[in-house]
Design a protein around this ligand. Structure first.
Ligand code: HEC
Ligand code: HEC
Ligand code: HEC
Ligand code: HEC
Ligand code: HEC
Ligand code: HEC
Ligand code: HEC
Length: 615
């Protein structure tokens, strides 16, 4: 998917030193084949919340991840999974994740290895009674930041063919096909290659010649992480070409409790913090690569001197107001340890070093957001702050983008305090009116904004959720109207969307569920059939099984329930359905399935995700 890519190995012959210096860095270790010999010591542990035993074992040249489910009121321990690990994600600075394969699909393992603790534990997001086990597919979204280059199969983001495992040269320098052709041509004509005038345009990105926005974009494509990320009309993550401004294809927002609610004024992430620094504001040139050279490995031996030199390229040692003898006690005058303190958290994807360079006394107000009461419901919309969106304030584009970002944040269930009718009604009103304005505004369509397909999908899925909230004041007519509005929107998305995007998946799911609810089982059947070709969710197969049952296609129903269980053996619902299918033909099997279903429910009791199996 990387435009014009040839792979890093093609650069080595002509740029041996640049290649070597890059290959030593952690970027070049971001994804690799598992090597059983160097993987951390094998361990087993018991995950209390899910009652699962987890084990990492060596099997010849391979590493396997295995798990078992303990069940209440029985000695039977149910085998869940036993998979060879194919890929390791992460150099291990903080952690390593593991990927396994099921046919075409790459799956994320529920356990990761944490470097500082020196042990395996549940992966982030998996420390719950009904975690997803080995069912979660690693999509192109995850691989975009951790893999070098890949292509999709039939445009499907869930199925990736990896061409280069680790992050490579072309992710920063752009696809090199033309550059390599040009260099080869010139050398074939025995032109002196070091003579830069031989070609005005080397058809390759030279970072030092980029403006600040496009230079930062090189890093931001992977390091800028907000609460909500969306794409401009027709674009996806791979539409970004190094050398361009990331804001032309992508929009990123911080969404969350209002400032007065969270008592926090913290600047988020490496970018937000850097942008708030006096060093950034007061200089023309400071940016990520001022302090992080992608061609230099930083380790504990050279870390202090490298970073001090960066500060001293703009400051004099004597600029510091602190006494030198005190400074010498902090790792021999480590500027960043006092001016860019580290926080305790070492969770991947959380900024650890405070990139708001400031005098220490002023950093106190830059702490992580204060703990909030988690109970009281909120009845206003969350704040939305653009981290990357160059549309003018007050323009219809900005309004459409922000309303959609809020919609997405609520749809993801980011904060349970916002999951109520009042907030969702406000959000749908805002989104509806933003869409209306967008549809009637013909001016400025060149300004980057989110697609109407995305905006309408979000609106429709919020409406679907509103209908799930219990509300005694809602009349039957209201309910009908909301349902109609959602279906009309989803139908439009379905007809509009030619590619298997996440929006198409949402529309298929919503329309299939609606058809099933209205007893249109054949229609539901066909929609679920389309959906299971696009993604790998146990609930889709389960729902397909139910539709088959209604159509009295029992063989197909059985297959669908079995597939649902194969994907996620801890999902209780399909066991209960199998029990009903077997009731008359095999009462013993039926009773076993029913017991399994009930016991799995007991294990997962009290977990908010029970039965949703959403990913
Ligand atoms: C056949 C030889 C050859 C190959 C292969 C090659 N380059 Fe180059 N490259 C050159 C020459 C020659 C120059 C210009 C002189 C110089 O700066 O060394 C150059 C310049 C560059 C520059 C600096 C551009 C500038 O404006 O000064 C970058 C960055 C670069 N190459 C990256 C790459 C990458 C990435 C690859 C692999 C995709 C690659 N090169 C493959 C020969 C090659
Ligand atoms: C294709 C995605 C991608 C791009 C582009 C990218 N990074 Fe990274 N970066 C990562 C990932 C993933 C890691 C974690 C690597 C690991 O340890 O496995 C990382 C790690 C880092 C680290 C921590 C390194 C360490 O070991 O201490 C720094 C600093 C960093 N990147 C800076 C940059 C800068 C500066 C740029 C822009 C010139 C950049 N990155 C471009 C994905 C990317
Ligand atoms: C938007 C880009 C992005 C996405 C998407 C992303 N990561 Fe990362 N990841 C990073 C960056 C950048 C780092 C480097 C450190 C940091 O800034 O937190 C990182 C760090 C990590 C690390 C720790 C690496 C180390 O050496 O300590 C692991 C493990 C990891 N990511 C796994 C995943 C998995 C699994 C997924 C998908 C489910 C994922 N990441 C999705 C950008 C991303
Ligand atoms: C994470 C981003 C990133 C990756 C990946 C990366 N580079 Fe670079 N590269 C840079 C930056 C930033 C500079 C400019 C800073 C510098 O001069 O060191 C640079 C400079 C260069 C230059 C020198 C340009 C000049 O000034 O003459 C060459 C050649 C080059 N890189 C080649 C490569 C090759 C070959 C690879 C892969 C083996 C690679 N780069 C991987 C970011 C990257
Ligand atoms: C590209 C140049 C540049 C680099 C590199 C740089 N600074 Fe600065 N820094 C500035 C400028 C400009 C200011 C604004 C005040 C001034 O003019 O001195 C500033 C201000 C500061 C301040 C005062 C902040 C305040 O809120 O009053 C501190 C402290 C500081 N820098 C520390 C550092 C440290 C520590 C490093 C290295 C990690 C660093 N700087 C790297 C240019 C830079
Ligand atoms: C003024 C210097 C400076 C600038 C500018 C800077 N960093 Fe850093 N960065 C540091 C220091 C110092 C550390 C901590 C020491 C280390 O990891 O080597 C660090 C650490 C990191 C890490 C490792 C994880 C963490 O939070 O500790 C990442 C990733 C990173 N920086 C990314 C970026 C990105 C992206 C940018 C641009 C938005 C950026 N940095 C700009 C100095 C800087
Ligand atoms: C032991 C912690 C410590 C270390 C190490 C340290 N500083 Fe400071 N720095 C401070 C404190 C505290 C202040 C505020 C002093 C004051 O009240 O004026 C300060 C102030 C500053 C200022 C702002 C001065 C002003 O007038 O606004 C700059 C610039 C600065 N330091 C740069 C550096 C640089 C560069 C280094 C490394 C060579 C460094 N500091 C190392 C603690 C430290």
């Amino acid at each position: 998917m990387l435009h014009n890519a040839v792979g890093s190995q093609a650069c080595v012959a002509c740029h041996p030193h640049r290649a070597e210096s890059f290959f030593e860095t952690t970027h070049a270790e971001s994804l690799r084949l598992v090597d059983a010999k160097v993987e951390p010591e094998l361990q087993s542990f018991f995950h209390e919340p899910s009652s699962q035993q987890m084990k990492v074992v060596r099997d010849g040249e391979r590493i396997r991840h295995q798990s078992w489910q303990e069940l209440p009121q029985t000695d039977y321990v149910m085998p869940l999974s036993d998979h060879p690990v194919e890929l390791v994600m992460g150099s291990g600075t903080f952690a390593k994740s593991y990927l396994i394969r099921d046919g075409d699909a790459l799956l994320q393992a529920p356990l990761s290895h944490y470097t500082e603790q020196g042990e395996y534990d549940m992966s982030p997001g998996y420390d719950s009674p009904s975690h997803l086990g080995f069912s979660r597919q690693v999509t192109d979204d995850c691989l975009f930041c951790h893999a070098g280059s890949l292509s999709r199969v039939d445009g499907n983001r869930s199925v990736s063919v990896l061409h280069e495992l680790a992050i490579g040269c072309e992710r920063c320098h752009g696809g090199g096909q033309q550059h390599v052709d040009l260099a080869n041509q010139l050398s074939a004509n025995s032109t002196d290659l070091t003579d830069l005038d031989a070609a005005h345009d080397w058809a390759i990105v030279h970072p030092h010649e980029l403006g600040r926005d496009s230079l930062e974009s090189l890093c931001a494509q992977c390091h800028l992480q907000g609460d909500v990320q969306m794409f401009v009309r027709g674009a996806d993550s791979w539409s970004f070409h190094p050398g361009e401004d990331l804001a032309a294809t992508r929009l990123v927002y911080k969404v969350g409790p209002t400032e007065k609610e969270s008592a926090s004024t913290s600047f988020v992430g490496h970018f937000g913090q850097m942008h708030a620094s006096e060093c950034y504001l007061g200089s023309e040139s400071l940016t990520c690569v001022t302090c992080h050279d992608p061609h230099q490995r930083v380790d504990d031996a050279n870390r202090e001197s490298i970073h001090r030199d960066h500060c001293l390229s703009c400051h004099d040692n004597l600029d510091c107001g602190e006494k030198l003898n005190i400074r010498m006690t902090t790792n021999e005058n480590s500027c960043h340890q006092c001016h860019m303190p580290r926080s305790e958290t070492e969770v991947p994807h959380v900024s650890i070093t405070d990139h708001r360079i400031a005098v220490p006394s002023e950093q106190a107000d830059n702490d992580a957001p204060a703990e909030m009461a988690t109970e009281t419901p909120v009845t206003e919309l969350p704040d939305v702050v653009a981290l990357l969106d160059r549309s003018p304030d007050g323009s219809w584009q900005r309004e459409l983008n922000e309303a959609t970002a809020i919609g997405q944040w609520l749809w993801m269930g980011s904060n349970p305090r916002y999951d109520n009718t009042t907030v969702f009604d406000l959000a749908t009103q805002r989104l509806r009116s933003a869409i209306q304005t967008a549809e009637t505004s013909k001016s400025d369509s060149s300004v980057a904004h989110v697609s109407l397909v995305e905006a309408k999908t979000r609106l429709a899925s919020l409406l679907d959720r509103v209908l799930l909230f219990p509300d005694k004041d809602r009349s039957e007519a209201d309910e009908k109207r909301l349902r109609k509005e959602s279906q009309t929107l989803m139908q439009w998305v379905l007809s509009e969307e030619k590619q298997p995007t996440p929006e198409l998946q949402v529309a298929l799911e919503s329309l299939a569920n609606a058809a099933a609810a209205e007893e249109q089982h054949l229609k539901a059947y066909h929609l679920y059939q389309r959906l299971i070709k696009l993604r790998r969710h146990p609930a889709d197969h389960y729902n397909l099984g139910l539709a088959c049952g209604k159509l009295r296609r029992f063989g197909e129903a059985e297959q669908a329930f079995m597939e649902s269980i194969r994907i996620q053996p801890t999902y209780p619902l399909p066991y209960a359905s199998l029990a009903r299918l077997y009731q008359t033909i095999d009462p013993r099997a039926a009773s076993n399935y029913m017991q399994l279903s009930q016991r799995l429910r007991v294990v997962q009791q009290g977990d908010v995700n029970v039965g949703r199996a959403s990913q």
